[in-house]
Design a protein around this ligand. Sequence first.
Ligand code: GEK
Length: 251
Amino acid sequence: MSDKEKDVDRLFRLDKLPGDFVFDENVTRVFEDMINRSVPGYSTIVAMIGVLADRYLQADSRVYDLGCSLGGASFAICESVSRSDYDLIAIDNSPAMIEKLNERLAAGQFPHDRIETRLEDINQSEIENASVVVLNFTLQFLDPAQRQSLIQRIYDGMRDGGILLISEKILFPDAKLNELFIELYHGFKQSMGYSRLEISRKRNALENVLIPEPLDSHRQRLAAAGFSSVDVWFQCFNFASLVAFKQQASP
Ligand code: GEK
């Protein structure tokens, strides 16, 4: 098998049924192929995160990429942002992901002089002096009971005028629409080369691990934390990305 073929996601073709989904070495090896074939619009979302970051990144501030995996969003930001007076902190709690990201940075594959990687649970991360914070398909993997406190810590650690970008798989309160978007999503996965069996095995493996919420829950959580302007800037079927501004009222 060539190196390229080794990186193709065939994890759920195996006869042996895997247990709950984990971000281990096997997932890390095929991650780029997996996320590009599993999230409609992933490459557009990542590229636009770069565009939004370029617009809102403030002088001498920090960018946080929380649940960075292999640094897709971090690299897009480094490539799009024209200023150089910032630090980017890329955090993930998967040792395999951080190891591979460090290898990529060491190989000089990407502009990396300002990316600091941290192997850390984002529930414990300190957020300070941030003008751009990215949660690109990460919040959905946290225990729902921990989500509000993370969003609050992000808000508290952000500068006025900063943005939080949250991409998630979402639920629809209307059962008919929910079913429609899930079916359309499965059609998308089939068009990307996954079989019905692979789709259903992956769905089972993610059942207890990826817990999606309706957009309204995200809006309420962001408002409760203090974010002022919040809305969806991208959506395809049951995948959406929101932007939230920290804009404190003047005294
Ligand atoms: C991208 N943002 O390519 N602490 C730190 N990391 C976590 C935690 C946690 N508590 N829980 C999950 N993760 C990336 C894609 S993938 C999305 C993000 C997906 C990490 C987990 O290890 C994984 O690397 C990432 O969140 C989710 O733009 O696979 O659908």
